[in-house]
Design a protein around this ligand. Sequence first.
Ligand SMILES: [Zn+2]
Length: 76
Amino acid sequence: MNIQKSSTPSRCPLCGENNVCGNLSANNNGEGCWCMDNSISFPDSLLNQVTDADKNTSCICKACALSHKPERDKST
Ligand SMILES: [Zn+2]
C-alpha cells in the first residue's frame, strides 16, 4: 500500500463529504467499516465513477453507495 498524503482519505471522492470510514477511524473497536455490511455493495458502475488516483486512497461515502442502485443487479 502506498497512500499519498496529498489525498483526502476521509472524504468521499464523489460528493466530497466525510465518508465515515471505520477503517480510518481512530476509535475503531474492531467492528470494521459500514462498508463491510453485506447489504451494501460497490458495483463496478459505481467504482468507475472514482478516478484511479482516488480509488486507492479514498472511500466512497455511505450516501453515495446507497444511492447507487444498479438496475442489472438482482442478487436478491
Ligand atoms: Zn459520497
